[in-house]
Design a binder for this molecule. Sequence first.
Ligand code: UD1
Length: 363
Amino acid sequence: MLKIANIVGARPNFMKIAPIHRRMQASETFAPLLVHTGQHYDKKMSQTFFVELGMPEPDMYLGVGSGSHAVQTASVMIAMEKILLDEKPNWILVVGDVNSTLAASLAAAKLHIPIAHVEAGLRSFDRAMPEEINRVLTDSISDLLFVTEQSGLENLKKEGIPDDKVRFVGNVMIDSLVEHLQKAKESQILQELEIMPKRYTLMTLHRPSNVDDKNNLENILTTLEVIEKELPIIFPIHPRTKKRIDEFGLAKKVANMKNLRLVEPLGYLPFLHLMSESKLLLTDSGGIQEETTYLRVPCLTLRKNTERPVTAEIGTNRLVGMDRKAILKGFEDAMNGYFKDSKIPPLWDGHASERILETLAKQ
Ligand code: UD1
């Protein structure tokens, strides 16, 4: 049996690990351990997802919580090293690009435990993003790199990662989406919010570059003043963003927009349902660019770059940055049904986790 420590830490990790961990549990080849670093700890940022995705309680919970980048990364490393020494897994498997991804990988590499990185090779080429540092460093010490899109293969080749470590397997986040889409339709979230399908915009915002800078945050809010007059905006608010709105004295500006509707962070199923019925997404999230591409819902990404270029090349994603004109043009195009034709990227078919298990089983 291959003992694999599957690592999760923050919200976008849960839906990526869920299909992998479940398949490993059902297989006779694998003995998976589920390790939660505790980077995200609020019920609405963590536990809700475990329940909705049918994941078991973590076998180990490190409880590291929030902190500066160094504190958070170091705390995960210290706690992870102990677990790896006690459990001696054959592999650790990490997903995505959060601080827990890099910290767990560093702890494993120093103990000569091989690392499988799922969602490898994505690059924004923007080193000011903490996630970009996490991606580059995690990939550089990984032993198996599972890639979601063509750009990942090219980036890893340029960085000198040998081809035999790299596999193009598709997208595990889409595995979860495909599996849960039907169930998500049972959600009553539209009724609860008293909104109609295709008659609202859905927005998420949490990138430090957008929300930790008062000017940027204020500018985005000013642009929303135009949009909310035409279409209600549902805004499940990330704890980081909520804090900043209060700190920067922007709460009144927000409250004055009657159609900008702030709600608590939503669970996976209600959010998936809201996304699939939305006229348009406004977001700075990475995962949502992929999910809307699969769902063929127009998405305006409030960033200058994306590490997921396939979503903009053939999917429904359009990069608009912080540019007021570009955001409003994108909004008008979506309202008029004038958004580009789109395709679903290769191997985003709901079977990526099977390919990952097949590869690991051969190691
Ligand atoms: C992290 C990831 C980011 C990912 C995002 C998804 C890193 C560097 N960033 O950013 O890539 O897109 O998760 O949400 O790993 N907080 C709570 N409750 C929680 C967790 C956080 O209130 O359960 C608050 C705390 O004030 C904390 C802040 O949110 O200081 C930021 O949390 P942190 O985990 O540091 O980064 P995120 O912004 O969530």
